[in-house]
Write a protein that binds this ligand. Structure first.
Ligand SMILES: [Zn+2]
Length: 95
């Protein structure tokens, strides 16, 4: 369980890769930075827009999600990108 965490939206000033899907994003992309303490360790990572929206939809907030693990959710749904998974999950909620 996370003891302390916060997130903020930043516009990247260098190339960052998303911690969850491992894709890299160019300078000037809006990404979400999560930081806090988890199990006594300080963490700080960049996350792309699609992955950050997927976290609450996938109900994985408590257990957390490891580096690159978003892609296993994406491929489990026979999709290729987190954006496609987001679209699929959001359309399920609306209908
Ligand atoms: Zn991502």
């Amino acid at each position: 369980m996370a003891d302390l965490s916060c997130s903020k939206i930043v516009k990247t000033r260098k190339i960052h890769s998303c911690e969850l899907c491992c894709r890299s994003f160019p300078i000037g992309t809006e990404m979400i930075v999560y930081s806090g303490i988890f199990d006594g360790y300080w963490y700080n990572y960049h996350c792309c827009n699609a992955c950050s929206k997927l976290i609450p939809l996938l109900d994985i907030r408590d257990e957390g999600i490891g580096q690159g693990e978003m892609m296993s959710f994406v491929s489990a749904n026979e999709l290729k990108t987190p954006e496609e998974l987001l679209e699929k999950l959001q359309s399920k909620i609306i209908t």
